[in-house]
Design a protein around this ligand. Structure first.
Ligand SMILES: *[C@@H]1O[C@H](CO)[C@@H](O)[C@H](O)[C@H]1NC(C)=O
Length: 323
């Protein structure tokens, strides 16, 4: 069965010019003070200063990422209704239980789900939240850079995912529920499609995980960021979206591919646009050598185009999200 990652991963110098232009997201994005998720570890405070926690009725239900002083990027599947009531966004938060000296909270005035989000296929699983008022950047609250169109994330690209989700399917993060971080390599779209069933993984998705499993995002991590380091910056490549179970061998986590959405994001955010940065992988992508055998290709062709009802259904048996 498939599970949406609803309800429920360094050290860099602070750049000297950051204080001169604290309001320009492109200049400050992706530069933390320091530089569960399944198989993860406690994050140090300030390591992932763009991480947001979305609460409804006082409970964490999804993650998100701060992309400028008043917008948070998250997943569309986190919102079954467009109502902003009882919604609170925390940034600068480290623990879900106990004290958080560096956090601030805001209400939400707008939930903008991507107009082409399709619940049955998880395509375009992306959403923007406008905060009730801007936040001030600190060492614990800072926007992430977003992957610009044309970014390349070859198979094996080291990535980090962060969140307060369950540590295994059905097992919640133990108190004090400290933000978890986990390192996972990108899995190419060809291989990911081969594992999930060809057609399930669209160009709007990016996969990451170990072939043997054991490290992954899970329920409650949805909407949170997958980031990759380039020089002095951290660039968000993905938004936690879905997966088959959590951390299962051959079933990597599936993320919304951020580099597909600059036009849409900038059409929603008119001032102080987020920092889009191109991520470039070097060498050749090993995913290009993932080839399907000719006989398998014929059966996939038949399944997808001649007998579409036989094609793997991405939606069957998906558990409903629970808070
Ligand atoms: C949604 O899909 C339609 C049809 O493919 C396309 O024309 C439109 O640009 C898409 N909208 C966005 C915001 O990407």
């Amino acid at each position: 069965y498939k599970v949406l990652r609803f309800q429920s991963l360094h050290f860099l110098c602070v750049l000297p010019f950051v204080n001169l232009h604290p309001y320009v997201s492109l200049l400050v994005c992706g530069t933390p003070l320091n530089t569960r998720i399944v198989g993860g570890q406690d994050a140090l405070a300030g390591s992932w200063p763009w991480q947001a926690s979305l609460h409804r009725f006082g409970r964490h239900f999804c993650g998100g990422s701060l992309i400028n002083k008043e917008w948070v990027l998250t997943a569309a599947h986190c919102f079954s209704s467009p109502s902003t009531s009882n919604l609170v966004v925390y940034v600068g938060r480290q623990n879900q239980k106990g004290s958080n000296p560096n956090e601030v909270d805001r209400g939400v005035t707008q939930i903008m789900s991507h107009p082409n989000y399709t619940r049955s296929t998880n395509d375009n699983d992306m959403c923007l939240l406008k905060l009730s008022s801007p936040v001030t950047f600190t060492n614990y609250i800072r926007p992430v850079c977003l992957a610009a169109p044309g970014s390349s994330f070859h198979a094996g690209t080291t990535s980090w995912v962060t969140g307060w989700g369950t540590i295994r399917s059905g097992v919640s993060l133990p108190s004090p529920k400290t933000l978890q971080e986990v390192e996972v390599p990108v899995v190419g779209n060809r291989l990911c499609n081969f594992n999930y069933g060809v057609g399930t993984i669209t160009d709007n998705m990016i996969c990451a995980g170990l072939a043997a499993g054991g490290k992954d995002s899970c329920q409650g991590d949805s909407g949170g960021p997958m980031v990759t380091n380039q020089g002095t910056r951290w660039i968000q490549s993905g938004v936690v979206s879905f997966g088959k179970g959590c951390a299962l061998a051959k079933f990597p986590g599936v993320y919304t591919r951020v580099s597909q959405y600059q036009t849409w994001i900038n059409s929603q955010i008119s001032s102080d646009q987020p920092g889009f940065v191109t991520f470039s992988s070097s060498g050749t992508d090993s995913d290009l050598s993932v080839n399907l055998s000719p006989s398998l290709r014929i059966s996939l062709y038949l399944a997808l185009f001649i007998f579409p009802s036989m094609s793997p259904s991405p939606c069957c048996g998906k558990t409903s999200p629970t808070a």
